[in-house]
Design a protein around this ligand. Sequence first.
Ligand SMILES: Cc1cc2nc3c(=O)[nH]c(=O)nc-3n(C[C@H](O)[C@H](O)[C@H](O)COP(=O)(O)OP(=O)(O)OC[C@H]3O[C@@H](n4cnc5c(N)ncnc54)[C@H](O)[C@@H]3O)c2cc1C
Length: 404
Amino acid sequence: MAKVIIIGGGPAGMMAALRAAKNQNEVFLIEKNKNLGKKLLITGKGRCNLTNYSDLNNHIKNIVDQPEFMYSSLAEFDAYRLYYFFEGLGLKLKIERGDRVFPKSNRSQSVLRVLQKELYKNEVKIITDQVIEILTEAQTAVGVKLKFGGQLKADKIILAAGGASYPQTGSDGSGFKLAKALGHQITKPEPGLCGLKTKNKLIYEAESLKLKYIELKLLKNEKEIYSVFGDLNIREDYLDGPLVISASMFIDQNPADYQLEIDLKPALDYQSLDQRILRDFEKYANKFFANSLGDLLPQKLIPVIIKSSSIAYNKTVNQITAAEREELLSLLKSFKIEIKAKKGFKRSIVTRGGVNTAEINPKTLASKLIENLYFAGEVIDVAALTGGYNLQIAFATGYKAGSN
Ligand SMILES: Cc1cc2nc3c(=O)[nH]c(=O)nc-3n(C[C@H](O)[C@H](O)[C@H](O)COP(=O)(O)OP(=O)(O)OC[C@H]3O[C@@H](n4cnc5c(N)ncnc54)[C@H](O)[C@@H]3O)c2cc1C
C-alpha cells in the first residue's frame, strides 16, 4: 500500500484521490480552503457544465493549448465515461444545447456532494492546510511541507493545485511556484476565456447592451484568425459574453496587435442590407439621420454608429449621399474595434500557460524531472474553449494521474 499525497481539492484533485484510493493506496487530499471544490461550485453559473457529451475528436478540436498532450488522458477517460461515472455515483445528468452536460438539479453543489461522499466512502483523508513546498531527495518527491501542519511524507505526490484565475477560489498560482521550485518550466500564465478592454471608448456609450445574433471576427494585424456567431455584452469599460471570451483564447502576449470586427447583420449580405437601408431611408426621408435607424439597430447603439460615421446626426435622410450610405453599410457589416488588453486573472475562466507539457509524460502524467511526482488539471499548460471541455480536462487528467 503506497502513501499518496494530492495537492489541491478541485475537480482534478478529487478525481485523482478517488482513483488512487480505489487502487488500495492510503490517500491524503490537501486543500488550503476550508472546503473542497470552491471553484467547482461557481462553474457554469452555479450549474456546473461538467463535460460535453461528444467524442474524443470534438474535445481535441476544442482544446486550444496543447490538444495533442490530452489524447492519452481523454482516450482513457472520455466524456461518455465521465457521464456514466457520475450517473454511477447517483448523480442524474442532462444534456443541453451544444451537448453541454449539467446535473439535472441545475446545482453544482450536487456534483460536489457526490464526489465528497465517494471520497469519504473510499477513506480519503482530507487535510485543510496549504502546501508550501514539495520535498525531494535525489530528484525524487518524498513529501510536502505544510503551512501549519509540519511535514508529511509520501511515496507519490500529485500536484493538482489549479491555475491562477479567480484567485479568490484558492487557485492563485501557487501550484506554478511549487513546480517551478523543483526545476519545472512554467509557460507564462495568461488569462483565458476572459473579457476584453478596447481602445475605442465610444462603444461603452452602449453600456449594458447585449448584442444578439452577431458575427464576431478576431483579426491579428488585420488578418482574420477566428470567427463566431452569437451574443456579445457591452459592459462599463470592457466587452464580454460568449463570443468575446472565446475570441480571447486566440489572443497571445500582445493584445494590442488584435482587432475585433463585428457584423451587426450577419443574416443579410451587403446587397440585401443596402436594400433594407434604402427602404428605411425612404420611410424616414424627411427625418434626421439620427432618427432613421430605429428599425435597424437597438436604440443604445444608434449614437455609437452615428458618431463612428462622418454623417452628421442632423442631416436629413433625403440628403444622404450614396457614398455616405456606403459608409453606413460598412459600419454595420464590419464595425472595427481595436483591442487594448485582456481583463485580468480575477475574472478569467481559465488560465492559459502553466507547467510545460514537454516535461510531463502524457501517458502517465508523471514529471520527467522528478521521480514520483505527477500533475493533474489546470496547473498543466492545457486550456480549452467553453462547453464543458475544461472540467473534462481536469477530471480526465485527475483520473490518469490517480490511476498511476
Ligand atoms: C466562473 C467560472 C466558471 C467556470 N465554468 C466552467 C464550466 O461550466 N465548465 C467547465 O468545463 N469549466 C468551467 N470552468 C473552469 C473550471 O472550473 C476549471 O477548469 C477547473 O476547476 C480546474 O480544476 P482543477 O482541479 O485543476 O483546479 P481548481 O478547481 O482551481 O482547484 C485547485 C484547488 O487547489 C487548491 N490549492 C491551490 N494551491 C494549493 C496549495 N499550495 N495547497 C493546498 N491547496 C492548494 C485551491 O484552493 C483549489 O481548491 C469555470 C471556471 C470559472 C472561474
